[in-house]
Design a protein around this ligand. Structure first.
Ligand code: PMP
Length: 404
């Protein structure tokens, strides 16, 4: 089994939790931060803190240059045609809200249809529902099969000329299923609908190419990519961003303001009102470099191997039921334990130093689809190894013995 030799880069792993070495299995909620990212933030605050896009002095110029370099680096990461197609937000949630509030308000009308899926994170449901209540468009749902996959045929049957947007996740944050988004995008295109891809859970392990995907929007968060909190990306196809009105208004996005009227800058500045998370964006550049240095292919291989081992081990427990068995999956496994509430399992694992997530994972419609209120979710990162899986299995067995 591969080892990425990355553990030493993560100071968080040096600590003990409840007397045990930390076994961190919650990377889908947020990935631990490598030294390079932590040091970039503290270096910026110590020596470089200045506002961007305001000119006039050396520190401001340097911060602006570094900030814009990261925009170019994100554009390369996802193969965007141009860096102006990259908007910095505070996370996937804000990126989706930006599309809903700006594109949605401008282009959606009563009677139109937006297609979502049963496996969406609430961040890709609630903003659409809220606007639907106001405007009167309808939401159609792509169903999820027993295997935890999207039903492509049912989706194709739902497509008609009323559909203006198809917004779906690349990978389920609860089940780990990776969707064949290319097929969903091309079918949407053939009906003239726009597409938004929630890529929050795939960026570390996939080489995402927005031009090949041919999506109109793509959203993700830096903090799931070994980067800082409070930084996200919205990719928007240039022609579409240029037709969208501002999402928030204020400084840094205007050309001229008079008492009578305001003229605006072009995207991406049009969508970045106010002072952004400058240290966060710069540190995000270091996170991207960290992933590049290891390589997405190697990370993917490592996490696939560990996930396969985890699934194999879980199968040995008759009291465990894994939810979703798609062969196409990311580094995420969800399961329930007979007669035991997921949060009780979570607590007993935590007592043994093992960090997992329990609950509905902000996907309540999906939980309902599988007839559960929540699951135990294990998610893996570059720092995990076979020993972590063994620790989890040992701790889970102990938890079961205590509870039943
Ligand atoms: N979509 C998916 C698929 C996610 O996993 C998450 C985070 N759990 C989000 C959206 C929201 O991301 P954030 O909280 O970073 O805005």
């Amino acid at each position: 089994m591969t080892s990425l030799g990355a553990r030493a880069e993560f100071p968080a792993l040096e600590q003990k939790i409840n007397g045990h070495s930390l076994v961190y299995l919650d990377s889908a909620a947020t990935a631990l931060k490598p030294k390079a990212v932590i040091e970039a933030i503290s270096h910026f605050y110590a020596y470089e803190a200045a506002n961007v896009h305001r000119g006039a002095h050396a520190l401001g110029d340097s911060a602006t240059e570094k900030f814009e370099d990261v925009r170019a680096s994100v554009a390369r990461l996802i193969q965007a045609k141009d860096a102006t197609e990259i908007v910095f937000t505070k996370g996937t949630t804000e990126s989706i809200n930006l599309v809903v509030q700006s594109w949605g308000r401008r282009f959606l009308r009563a009677g139109d249809v937006v297609i979502l899926t049963e496996m969406e994170h609430h961040a890709n449901i609630v903003p659409w529902q809220n606007l639907a209540d106001e405007i009167g468009f309808h939401i159609r749902w792509i169903p999820v099969t027993d295997a935890g996959e999207l039903d492509l045929q049912a989706y194709q049957n739902q497509l008609d000329e009323k559909v203006k947007m198809v917004s779906l996740t690349f990978a389920s944050n609860s089940l780990g299923t990776v969707n064949e988004v290319e097929k969903f995008i091309s079918a949407a295109k053939s009906m003239g609908a726009k597409t938004l891809i929630d890529a929050a859970q795939v960026m570390t392990i996939r080489n995402v190419d927005v031009q090949k995907l041919n999506c109109d929007f793509l959203a993700f968060s830096a903090h799931k990519l070994y980067g800082p909190f409070g930084v996200g990306v919205l990719y928007g196809r240039g022609e579409i961003l240029s037709e969208m009105p501002p999402y928030q208004c204020g400084g840094a996005m205007i050309a001229e303001v008079t008492k009578e009227k305001t003229t605006f800058l072009l995207p991406p500045q049009l969508f970045e009102a106010g002072t952004p998370n400058i240290s966060g964006v710069i540190a995000f550049g270091h996170a991207i470099q960290f992933i590049r240095d290891i390589s997405a292919e190697k990370i993917s291989k490592h996490e696939q191997e560990l996930t396969a081992r985890l699934l194999e081990k879980l199968k040995e427990f008759s009291f465990v039921r894994v939810i979703g068995d798609s062969p196409s999956r990311v580094n995420i496994v969800s399961f329930v334990v007979d007669r035991v509430h997921p949060s009780d399992i979570g607590q007993l694992l935590n007592q043994q130093g093992v960090a997992v997530r329990t609950g509905h994972h902000c996907t309540q419609p999906l939980m309902k689809r599988f007839g559960v209120t929540g699951t135990v979710r294990v998610s893996l990162g570059v720092y995990n190894n076979e020993g972590d899986i063994e620790e989890l299995i040992r701790a889970l067995k102990k938890a079961w013995e205590i509870l039943v």
